[in-house]
Ligand binder design. Structure first.
Ligand code: KG4
Ligand code: ZN
Length: 339
Protein backbone atom coordinates (compact mmCIF):
# COMPACT_ATOMS: atom_id res chain seq x y z
CA UNK A 1 0.00 0.00 0.00
CA UNK A 2 1.26 3.45 -0.90
CA UNK A 3 2.02 5.81 2.03
CA UNK A 4 1.70 9.59 1.76
CA UNK A 5 2.99 12.09 4.33
CA UNK A 6 2.25 15.81 4.37
CA UNK A 7 5.24 17.76 5.76
CA UNK A 8 4.84 21.18 7.40
CA UNK A 9 7.77 23.50 8.19
CA UNK A 10 7.37 26.88 9.91
CA UNK A 11 10.35 27.08 12.27
CA UNK A 12 11.70 30.42 11.08
CA UNK A 13 10.74 32.66 8.15
CA UNK A 14 9.95 30.13 5.41
CA UNK A 15 6.47 28.61 5.23
CA UNK A 16 6.81 25.26 3.50
CA UNK A 17 4.73 22.16 2.83
CA UNK A 18 5.57 18.98 0.94
CA UNK A 19 4.10 15.62 0.03
CA UNK A 20 6.30 12.54 0.44
CA UNK A 21 5.12 9.26 -1.10
CA UNK A 22 6.99 5.96 -0.85
CA UNK A 23 10.48 7.46 -0.91
CA UNK A 24 9.67 10.20 -3.45
CA UNK A 25 8.99 13.89 -2.89
CA UNK A 26 5.88 14.62 -4.97
CA UNK A 27 5.79 18.34 -4.18
CA UNK A 28 7.75 20.83 -2.08
CA UNK A 29 6.40 24.37 -2.00
CA UNK A 30 8.07 27.15 -0.01
CA UNK A 31 6.83 30.70 0.49
CA UNK A 32 9.75 32.98 1.42
CA UNK A 33 8.72 35.88 3.61
CA UNK A 34 10.09 38.96 1.89
CA UNK A 35 8.97 41.27 4.70
CA UNK A 36 12.14 40.63 6.75
CA UNK A 37 14.47 42.10 4.10
CA UNK A 38 13.93 45.64 5.31
CA UNK A 39 14.69 44.74 8.95
CA UNK A 40 18.04 43.07 8.20
CA UNK A 41 16.98 39.97 10.15
CA UNK A 42 13.92 37.90 10.95
CA UNK A 43 11.20 39.89 12.74
CA UNK A 44 9.54 37.12 14.81
CA UNK A 45 6.09 38.70 15.12
CA UNK A 46 5.84 39.21 11.35
CA UNK A 47 7.10 35.67 10.75
CA UNK A 48 4.22 34.15 12.74
CA UNK A 49 1.61 36.33 11.05
CA UNK A 50 2.90 35.54 7.57
CA UNK A 51 2.94 31.80 8.36
CA UNK A 52 -0.69 32.06 9.43
CA UNK A 53 -1.70 33.77 6.17
CA UNK A 54 0.23 31.17 4.17
CA UNK A 55 -1.14 27.93 5.62
CA UNK A 56 -4.33 27.37 3.59
CA UNK A 57 -3.09 28.52 0.13
CA UNK A 58 0.21 26.72 0.72
CA UNK A 59 -1.53 23.45 1.52
CA UNK A 60 -3.76 23.77 -1.55
CA UNK A 61 -0.79 24.44 -3.83
CA UNK A 62 1.26 21.63 -2.31
CA UNK A 63 -1.53 19.06 -2.65
CA UNK A 64 -2.34 20.24 -6.20
CA UNK A 65 1.28 19.92 -7.31
CA UNK A 66 1.36 16.40 -5.89
CA UNK A 67 -2.01 15.60 -7.55
CA UNK A 68 -3.12 14.45 -4.15
CA UNK A 69 -6.29 14.93 -2.06
CA UNK A 70 -6.10 15.69 1.66
CA UNK A 71 -8.06 12.48 2.27
CA UNK A 72 -5.19 10.46 0.72
CA UNK A 73 -2.66 11.69 3.33
CA UNK A 74 -1.70 9.00 5.88
CA UNK A 75 0.14 11.23 8.38
CA UNK A 76 1.17 14.83 9.01
CA UNK A 77 4.83 15.47 9.83
CA UNK A 78 5.47 18.83 11.46
CA UNK A 79 8.54 20.64 12.78
CA UNK A 80 8.42 20.63 16.59
CA UNK A 81 11.60 22.70 17.00
CA UNK A 82 14.07 24.24 17.37
CA UNK A 83 12.95 27.59 16.06
CA UNK A 84 10.98 30.74 16.79
CA UNK A 85 8.24 29.77 19.20
CA UNK A 86 5.51 31.85 17.52
CA UNK A 87 6.40 30.44 14.10
CA UNK A 88 6.51 26.86 15.33
CA UNK A 89 3.12 27.28 17.02
CA UNK A 90 1.48 28.24 13.71
CA UNK A 91 2.65 25.06 11.94
CA UNK A 92 1.88 22.89 14.95
CA UNK A 93 -1.55 24.46 15.48
CA UNK A 94 -2.35 23.91 11.80
CA UNK A 95 -1.12 20.30 11.97
CA UNK A 96 -3.24 19.64 15.07
CA UNK A 97 -6.29 21.11 13.36
CA UNK A 98 -5.72 18.95 10.27
CA UNK A 99 -5.20 15.90 12.44
CA UNK A 100 -8.44 16.49 14.32
CA UNK A 101 -10.32 17.15 11.09
CA UNK A 102 -8.97 14.17 9.13
CA UNK A 103 -8.24 11.70 11.93
CA UNK A 104 -4.68 11.25 10.63
CA UNK A 105 -1.78 11.02 13.11
CA UNK A 106 0.94 13.61 13.63
CA UNK A 107 4.66 12.88 13.53
CA UNK A 108 6.88 15.44 15.27
CA UNK A 109 10.22 16.21 13.63
CA UNK A 110 13.38 17.82 14.98
CA UNK A 111 14.36 20.45 12.40
CA UNK A 112 18.08 19.81 12.86
CA UNK A 113 17.72 16.08 12.41
CA UNK A 114 15.67 16.75 9.29
CA UNK A 115 18.53 18.87 7.87
CA UNK A 116 20.97 16.01 8.55
CA UNK A 117 18.64 13.46 6.94
CA UNK A 118 18.09 15.73 3.91
CA UNK A 119 21.32 14.34 2.40
CA UNK A 120 19.49 10.99 2.20
CA UNK A 121 16.47 12.26 0.19
CA UNK A 122 17.95 11.59 -3.25
CA UNK A 123 20.48 9.25 -4.81
CA UNK A 124 23.44 9.25 -4.64
CA UNK A 125 23.51 9.32 -0.84
CA UNK A 126 26.17 8.68 1.80
CA UNK A 127 26.56 5.25 3.34
CA UNK A 128 26.39 4.91 7.14
CA UNK A 129 28.28 5.89 9.15
CA UNK A 130 28.73 9.38 7.72
CA UNK A 131 29.68 12.80 9.04
CA UNK A 132 27.17 15.59 8.44
CA UNK A 133 28.13 19.23 8.49
CA UNK A 134 24.91 21.19 9.05
CA UNK A 135 25.33 24.86 8.26
CA UNK A 136 22.26 27.06 8.47
CA UNK A 137 21.16 30.48 9.64
CA UNK A 138 20.54 29.27 13.16
CA UNK A 139 22.90 26.31 13.57
CA UNK A 140 26.33 24.97 12.72
CA UNK A 141 26.94 21.39 13.74
CA UNK A 142 29.10 18.38 13.06
CA UNK A 143 27.10 15.20 13.53
CA UNK A 144 28.23 11.60 13.27
CA UNK A 145 25.36 9.60 11.81
CA UNK A 146 25.86 6.01 12.94
CA UNK A 147 22.40 5.03 11.67
CA UNK A 148 18.98 6.60 11.13
CA UNK A 149 18.31 6.18 14.86
CA UNK A 150 21.69 7.12 16.23
CA UNK A 151 23.03 10.61 15.72
CA UNK A 152 26.01 11.78 17.73
CA UNK A 153 26.63 15.50 18.06
CA UNK A 154 30.39 16.05 17.82
CA UNK A 155 30.57 19.83 17.75
CA UNK A 156 28.56 22.99 17.25
CA UNK A 157 28.96 26.75 17.26
CA UNK A 158 29.50 28.43 20.60
CA UNK A 159 28.13 31.76 19.34
CA UNK A 160 26.87 32.77 15.88
CA UNK A 161 25.95 30.20 13.24
CA UNK A 162 27.75 30.21 9.88
CA UNK A 163 24.69 31.58 8.06
CA UNK A 164 24.23 34.17 10.78
CA UNK A 165 27.84 35.28 10.21
CA UNK A 166 27.15 35.67 6.47
CA UNK A 167 23.98 37.62 7.24
CA UNK A 168 25.44 39.89 9.94
CA UNK A 169 28.57 40.70 7.95
CA UNK A 170 26.41 41.22 4.86
CA UNK A 171 24.42 43.77 6.84
CA UNK A 172 27.67 45.63 7.65
CA UNK A 173 28.35 45.65 3.90
CA UNK A 174 24.88 47.04 3.19
CA UNK A 175 23.53 43.86 1.58
CA UNK A 176 19.87 42.79 1.93
CA UNK A 177 18.83 40.00 4.32
CA UNK A 178 19.54 37.12 4.02
CA UNK A 179 22.98 38.16 2.79
CA UNK A 180 24.46 34.67 2.25
CA UNK A 181 23.27 34.26 -1.37
CA UNK A 182 24.30 37.87 -2.22
CA UNK A 183 27.80 37.34 -0.82
CA UNK A 184 28.04 34.09 -2.79
CA UNK A 185 27.12 35.89 -6.04
CA UNK A 186 29.36 38.95 -5.56
CA UNK A 187 32.32 36.89 -4.35
CA UNK A 188 32.51 35.26 -7.80
CA UNK A 189 33.53 38.63 -9.27
CA UNK A 190 36.75 39.18 -7.28
CA UNK A 191 39.65 37.64 -5.41
CA UNK A 192 39.75 37.46 -1.59
CA UNK A 193 42.25 40.30 -1.10
CA UNK A 194 41.51 41.01 2.57
CA UNK A 195 42.56 38.79 5.43
CA UNK A 196 40.40 38.10 8.45
CA UNK A 197 41.32 35.74 11.31
CA UNK A 198 40.40 32.10 10.84
CA UNK A 199 39.23 31.01 14.29
CA UNK A 200 39.82 27.37 15.11
CA UNK A 201 38.70 26.06 18.48
CA UNK A 202 40.00 22.95 20.18
CA UNK A 203 37.60 20.03 19.82
CA UNK A 204 35.05 20.26 17.04
CA UNK A 205 33.24 23.45 17.98
CA UNK A 206 33.03 26.61 15.90
CA UNK A 207 33.05 30.32 16.69
CA UNK A 208 32.03 32.95 14.15
CA UNK A 209 31.60 36.03 16.31
CA UNK A 210 35.32 36.92 16.00
CA UNK A 211 35.25 37.25 12.22
CA UNK A 212 32.18 39.48 12.45
CA UNK A 213 33.90 41.77 14.96
CA UNK A 214 37.12 41.87 12.99
CA UNK A 215 35.25 42.83 9.79
CA UNK A 216 33.42 45.54 11.75
CA UNK A 217 36.65 47.10 13.10
CA UNK A 218 38.36 46.77 9.74
CA UNK A 219 35.49 48.55 7.97
CA UNK A 220 35.36 51.31 10.59
CA UNK A 221 39.05 52.00 10.09
CA UNK A 222 38.86 51.97 6.29
CA UNK A 223 35.69 54.06 6.13
CA UNK A 224 37.32 56.74 8.29
CA UNK A 225 39.87 57.21 5.48
CA UNK A 226 37.59 56.61 2.50
CA UNK A 227 33.81 56.77 2.87
CA UNK A 228 33.40 54.82 -0.38
CA UNK A 229 35.64 51.96 0.74
CA UNK A 230 32.84 49.38 0.81
CA UNK A 231 31.38 50.21 -2.59
CA UNK A 232 34.86 50.26 -4.16
CA UNK A 233 35.79 46.88 -2.67
CA UNK A 234 32.46 45.12 -2.19
CA UNK A 235 33.17 42.07 -4.35
CA UNK A 236 36.57 41.43 -2.82
CA UNK A 237 35.21 41.95 0.70
CA UNK A 238 32.53 39.33 -0.06
CA UNK A 239 35.13 36.92 -1.44
CA UNK A 240 37.34 37.43 1.64
CA UNK A 241 34.51 36.91 4.13
CA UNK A 242 33.30 33.84 2.24
CA UNK A 243 36.84 32.43 2.15
CA UNK A 244 37.27 32.96 5.92
CA UNK A 245 33.97 31.33 6.91
CA UNK A 246 34.52 28.45 4.50
CA UNK A 247 38.01 27.75 5.87
CA UNK A 248 36.66 27.62 9.43
CA UNK A 249 34.06 25.07 8.39
CA UNK A 250 36.35 22.97 6.21
CA UNK A 251 39.22 22.80 8.72
CA UNK A 252 37.02 21.48 11.53
CA UNK A 253 35.38 19.04 9.15
CA UNK A 254 38.79 17.70 8.09
CA UNK A 255 39.80 17.23 11.75
CA UNK A 256 36.68 15.18 12.41
CA UNK A 257 37.18 13.09 9.30
CA UNK A 258 40.79 12.37 10.23
CA UNK A 259 39.93 11.55 13.82
CA UNK A 260 37.02 9.21 13.01
CA UNK A 261 38.47 7.89 9.78
CA UNK A 262 35.15 8.16 7.95
CA UNK A 263 35.13 8.94 4.24
CA UNK A 264 31.38 9.54 3.78
CA UNK A 265 30.34 13.17 4.25
CA UNK A 266 27.04 15.04 3.93
CA UNK A 267 26.64 18.82 3.96
CA UNK A 268 23.20 20.24 4.77
CA UNK A 269 21.42 23.50 5.66
CA UNK A 270 21.11 26.85 3.91
CA UNK A 271 24.83 27.57 3.73
CA UNK A 272 25.43 24.26 1.95
CA UNK A 273 24.05 26.10 -1.10
CA UNK A 274 27.23 28.22 -1.09
CA UNK A 275 29.16 27.65 -4.32
CA UNK A 276 32.62 28.33 -2.85
CA UNK A 277 32.02 25.91 0.05
CA UNK A 278 30.86 23.29 -2.47
CA UNK A 279 33.92 23.78 -4.69
CA UNK A 280 36.30 23.77 -1.75
CA UNK A 281 34.78 20.54 -0.44
CA UNK A 282 35.03 18.93 -3.87
CA UNK A 283 38.78 19.66 -3.82
CA UNK A 284 39.11 18.29 -0.28
CA UNK A 285 37.17 15.20 -1.37
CA UNK A 286 39.68 14.53 -4.15
CA UNK A 287 42.69 15.15 -1.92
CA UNK A 288 41.44 12.97 0.91
CA UNK A 289 39.52 10.40 -1.10
CA UNK A 290 36.14 11.30 0.39
CA UNK A 291 32.63 11.06 -1.00
CA UNK A 292 30.81 14.32 -0.28
CA UNK A 293 27.05 14.61 -0.79
CA UNK A 294 24.90 17.75 -0.93
CA UNK A 295 21.10 17.86 -1.02
CA UNK A 296 19.42 19.41 -4.06
CA UNK A 297 19.31 23.21 -3.69
CA UNK A 298 15.57 23.17 -2.82
CA UNK A 299 16.36 20.87 0.14
CA UNK A 300 19.28 22.99 1.44
CA UNK A 301 17.41 26.00 2.79
CA UNK A 302 14.42 25.42 5.07
CA UNK A 303 11.87 23.20 3.37
CA UNK A 304 9.09 20.78 4.24
CA UNK A 305 10.39 17.97 2.01
CA UNK A 306 13.08 17.24 4.60
CA UNK A 307 10.41 17.27 7.35
CA UNK A 308 8.17 14.80 5.52
CA UNK A 309 11.23 12.68 4.67
CA UNK A 310 12.49 12.60 8.29
CA UNK A 311 8.90 11.90 9.41
CA UNK A 312 8.73 8.86 7.13
CA UNK A 313 11.33 7.04 9.28
CA UNK A 314 9.17 7.50 12.37
CA UNK A 315 6.05 6.55 10.41
CA UNK A 316 7.54 3.19 9.49
CA UNK A 317 8.33 2.56 13.15
CA UNK A 318 4.86 3.63 14.25
CA UNK A 319 6.13 6.57 16.33
CA UNK A 320 3.35 9.18 16.48
CA UNK A 321 2.88 12.26 18.64
CA UNK A 322 0.63 12.56 21.66
CA UNK A 323 -2.21 15.04 21.13
CA UNK A 324 -0.82 17.51 23.68
CA UNK A 325 2.75 17.78 22.37
CA UNK A 326 4.29 21.24 22.53
CA UNK A 327 6.54 23.40 20.38
CA UNK A 328 10.19 23.32 21.47
CA UNK A 329 12.05 26.59 20.84
CA UNK A 330 15.21 24.76 21.94
CA UNK A 331 15.37 21.19 20.77
CA UNK A 332 18.89 19.82 20.51
CA UNK A 333 19.84 16.76 18.52
CA UNK A 334 19.65 14.16 21.26
CA UNK A 335 22.83 12.14 21.28
CA UNK A 336 22.25 8.52 20.42
CA UNK A 337 18.56 8.46 19.68
CA UNK A 338 18.79 4.72 19.82
CA UNK A 339 15.37 3.20 19.88
O1 KG4 B 1 18.69 26.37 6.57
P1 KG4 B 1 18.19 27.75 6.39
O2 KG4 B 1 17.24 28.05 5.28
O3 KG4 B 1 17.50 28.29 7.67
C1 KG4 B 1 17.84 27.98 8.96
O4 KG4 B 1 17.47 26.88 9.46
O5 KG4 B 1 18.53 28.83 9.56
O6 KG4 B 1 19.49 28.68 6.25
C2 KG4 B 1 19.39 30.05 6.00
C3 KG4 B 1 20.80 30.60 5.95
C4 KG4 B 1 20.86 32.12 5.88
O7 KG4 B 1 21.77 32.55 6.86
C5 KG4 B 1 21.39 32.40 4.48
O8 KG4 B 1 22.14 33.58 4.37
C6 KG4 B 1 22.22 31.17 4.23
O9 KG4 B 1 21.48 30.11 4.80
N1 KG4 B 1 22.45 30.92 2.80
C7 KG4 B 1 23.65 31.03 2.21
C8 KG4 B 1 23.46 30.75 0.84
N2 KG4 B 1 22.13 30.46 0.64
C9 KG4 B 1 21.54 30.56 1.87
N3 KG4 B 1 24.85 31.36 2.72
C10 KG4 B 1 25.89 31.41 1.87
N4 KG4 B 1 25.78 31.15 0.55
C11 KG4 B 1 24.60 30.82 0.00
N5 KG4 B 1 24.51 30.57 -1.33
ZN1 ZN C 1 17.03 25.16 8.90
Amino acid sequence: MSIKILGIETSCDDSSMAVWCDGQILSNVTYNQKIHEKYGGVFPEWASRKHLEAMIPLMKETLDQASCQLTEIDAIAVTQGPGLIGSLLVGIGFAKGLSTGTGKPIITVNHLEAHVMSVLIDEPKPKMPFICLTVSGGHTQLVLVHSIDQLELLGSTIDDAAGEAFDKIGKLLGLPFPAGPHIDKLAKLAEPNFQFPITQLTGYNFSFSGVKTSVLYFLEKQLAQDKDFISKNLNSLCASVQHTITEMLVRQLIRVIDQYNINQVGVAGGVSANSHLRNRLKTVAQEKNLSVYFPQMQYCTDNAAMIAHAGSFKFHKGIFAEKNFEAMARFPIVDSQVS
